[in-house]
Design a protein around this ligand. Structure first.
Ligand SMILES: [Mn+2]
Length: 350
């Protein structure tokens, strides 16, 4: 950690903010743990509370783990509105940059982020550390350097933020992220972390799951399951993670119908060239939202668009067709000469 730089930044930040300023912290849509934890860390660093420094986002938190986190750690994210934001003395952005919002956010005074690809020199205070795995790491460095007390709640939030942005310290993680994580470790509350990690499954889901497990078939290292109608997105994701644990499994595709959409979660063990994110973009980019990383990806396709392209609607047919698509897709991925890469403007998870 570069303490001299961080110390300088803290000085700049504190000089910019007047005691009487009302500050709005604006987060990316559907805020994630890194964003939420960074927001409450900024508040702590500036010695503020939720009245003087509220947190906003244009769309609410939706992922169940993130909702659980917000609930257990008492992080309130209010709906943002351009007009209302104008009334604040300062606008801060953490884990996101002005370019993300376009005209929706009237001004930006403070930007702390780790995402690449945005122009600098837009806001009076900027600290963008593109190499970092999480904004929560930057915020932890601020708090440590400023010798601020890190409460149990804040430590738990920041640790969860770092962990979720780096997939448990396995993706895009730097020494700095690990150092911050280790610092937070003794301060965090493990009981709360466990509660955030393992959201309860609805009891009626047991039946859906048992039907799916009965059909489970491993072919070419690939498991494909279509769950039919599910009530929550994370049920699809949890089953995908679960199936990846079976012996001999290299790829898992779990899909379900959530409201009007077909949601497809993809996992792999990351061997060879195969890239889950590229694969879902290639398979579903034309009819829905698809993206992700090497080892995990997701597609959300309106059922109507799926029907128009695939002409299959019965559960067994959907499962069969998904297997066909992915079997072909994975074999295609393994052949480097066939590796088309399609660009996308989706940020993907994280
Ligand atoms: Mn982040």
């Amino acid at each position: 950690m570069d303490q001299a730089l961080t110390r300088q930044k803290i000085k700049e930040l504190r000089a910019l903010v007047a005691e009487s300023d009302r500050i709005a912290v604006v987060l990316q849509d559907d805020p994630d743990p890194d964003a939420m934890s960074s927001a409450i860390a900024l508040r702590a660093l500036l010695g503020r509370n939720k009245q003087t420094t509220p947190i906003f986002a244009f769309t609410p938190v939706t992922r169940p783990e993130n909702l659980t986190m917000a609930h257990l750690l008492e992080i309130e994210v209010a709906p943002a509105n351009t007009e209302e934001l104008r009334s604040y003395d300062k606008i801060a952005m953490v884990d996101v940059e002005p370019g993300y919002f376009g005209d929706k956010v009237p001004r930006s005074d403070i930007v702390i982020d780790h995402h690449p690809g945005y122009p600098l020199g837009v806001s009076p205070f900027e600290d963008v550390r593109v190499g970092y795995g999480a904004t929560a790491t930057i915020m932890t460095e601020y708090l440590v350097t400023a010798e601020e007390r890190i409460s149990e709640r804040l430590a738990t939030a920041l640790m969860y933020g770092i962990r979720s942005d780096t997939l448990g310290l396995s993706r895009r993680v730097t020494e700095n992220d690990i150092e911050a994580f280790v610092h937070l470790y003794p301060l965090a509350n493990y009981h709360l972390l466990r509660q955030i990690d393992r959201p309860e499954l609805p009891i009626q889901f047991a039946r859906t799951l048992s039907r799916a497990m009965k059909r489970l078939e491993l072919r070419d290292g690939l498991i494909v399951i279509y769950l039919g109608e599910v009530e929550r997105d994370d049920l699809i994701v949890q089953i995908a993670d679960f199936c990846l644990q079976f012996e001999g499994v290299q790829w898992v595709v779990v899909a379900g119908r959530l409201g009007p959409n077909l949601v497809v979660a993809v996992r792999n063990h990351g061997m060879g060239r195969a890239n889950a994110g590229e694969l879902v973009r290639r398979l579903f980019g034309d009819i829905g939202n698809a993206g992700g990383h090497r080892n995990m990806a997701k597609a959300i396709v309106p059922m109507q668009s799926w029907n128009q392209r695939e002409h299959v609607t019965r559960a067994a047919q959907i499962e069969r067709r998904l297997r066909e698509l992915f079997t072909k897709g994975i074999i295609g991925e393994a052949d480097p000469t066939n590796g088309r890469s399609i660009s996308t403007n989706s940020r993907g998870p994280g």
